[in-house]
Design a protein around this ligand. Sequence first.
Ligand SMILES: *[C@@H]1O[C@H](CO)[C@@H](O)[C@H](O)[C@H]1NC(C)=O
Ligand SMILES: *[C@@H]1O[C@H](CO)[C@@H](O)[C@H](O)[C@H]1NC(C)=O
Ligand SMILES: *[C@@H]1O[C@H](CO)[C@@H](O)[C@H](O)[C@H]1NC(C)=O
Length: 402
Amino acid sequence: MDSCRIGIWKHCILYLTLLLAILHLTHNLLFIGNETVRIKKIPELPLRFRSDGTFKILQVADMHYGTGNVTRCRDVLASEFEFCSDLNTTRFLKRLIQAENPHFIAFTGDNIFGTSAPDAAESMFEAFGPAMESGLPWAAVLGNHDHESTLNREELMSLISLMDYSVSQINPLDDDPTSPTNGGTMTNIDGVGNYNLRVYGAPGSLLANSTVLNLYFLDSGDSALYQGIQTYGWIKDSQLRWLRHVSQEFQGQKQDPIHPTDAIISLTKPPALTFFHVPNPEVPQLYYKKIIGQYQEGVACSRVNTGVLQTFVSMGDVKAVFMGHDHINDFCGNLDGIWFCYGGGFGYHGYGKAGWPRRARIILAELEKGKNSWMDVQRIRTWKRLDDEKLSKIDEQILWMR
Ligand SMILES: *[C@@H]1O[C@H](CO)[C@@H](O)[C@H](O)[C@H]1NC(C)=O
Ligand SMILES: *[C@@H]1O[C@H](CO)[C@@H](O)[C@H](O)[C@H]1NC(C)=O
Ligand SMILES: *[C@@H]1O[C@H](CO)[C@@H](O)[C@H](O)[C@H]1NC(C)=O
């Protein structure tokens, strides 16, 4: 810093500016030969409740992104058609992030509409653009249309896991010490994009180093031949086995792997929320039950039933499930004590219903206030937001209370 002497302060400022610019650049970029490689931006981790005791999730179902401004909207009013494209989907996402200030975004598949996206990666970057720009942690699973372009399902999940602020995982790590793939990505599990995200207690609280909420993500597949008949994908036995194992680890303890001595013993598992794309085969039963929201089309689920509902019931921690796939269903209904909720179609290039606004779901988990500190999750609520002028809030309900 010899150049920083009285009299040449202009040089000094220039020098400092240059230094800062270089520092900024090298912080974000890696130079390899002539290629510049960006380093993924990582959100603040672990995921945790805020100091006001809340954790708010925005669920985005079925963005069905194509190629941006040239991709036309489907099922909008004739008067809306001319000035409507994928950019309206982008605009809706940006407005929602701004209006709701969520702490996390969960994308439940059909993020892109493969057949309308000549370059899958480009479409993905545009679709998730607002999430990446927001700096919020976000996660995604795949639907049955994401892979219908230039990338297969493994490549897509790998790309998604490398995007800025994404906490998506390709698959869980293999923690079985007897397995040959121990420490690597689990191989004896079907699908891609099965993972658990732990949400820790409020900062500075007694449960600051403990998991108080789990977010389970599952790959519900795309489509497959079953006994000679083409049907939608389903959650396989291997995935349910893995999930039961994960959930079991939370029984009787809330142990933090990083600070095991800080573990707080609790007899019940923390509540869990589950996210996937294609509804499980039990969801059509809700046609005969009291629901909150609209049931406007047949549930396009798989013919194969591996006992998803039964598994969730026996696990005991899953309180609600969030799905997509059927764009004009947006209801929540309860089966055996577990809520099954649709996000409602979000994207303008996906089918919808003209005059029935595109929509999204918000999920709010709230902690119990102890004597001197925030405690466990006490209540989970949900509502939806419509893409109208006021982003109307509808169908608020309580999903779970301790
Ligand atoms: C879409 O955006 C590109 C780049 O900004 C522009 O050149 C093109 O004219 C736009 N197309 C339409 C249909 O608006
Ligand atoms: C799409 O966005 C444009 C402007 O960005 C707006 O004028 C138009 O009303 C929107 N269409 C719909 C259906 O939301
Ligand atoms: C959580 O971990 C941090 C860092 O190790 C420690 O300072 C803090 O006291 C722990 N809090 C609790 C409640 O265990």
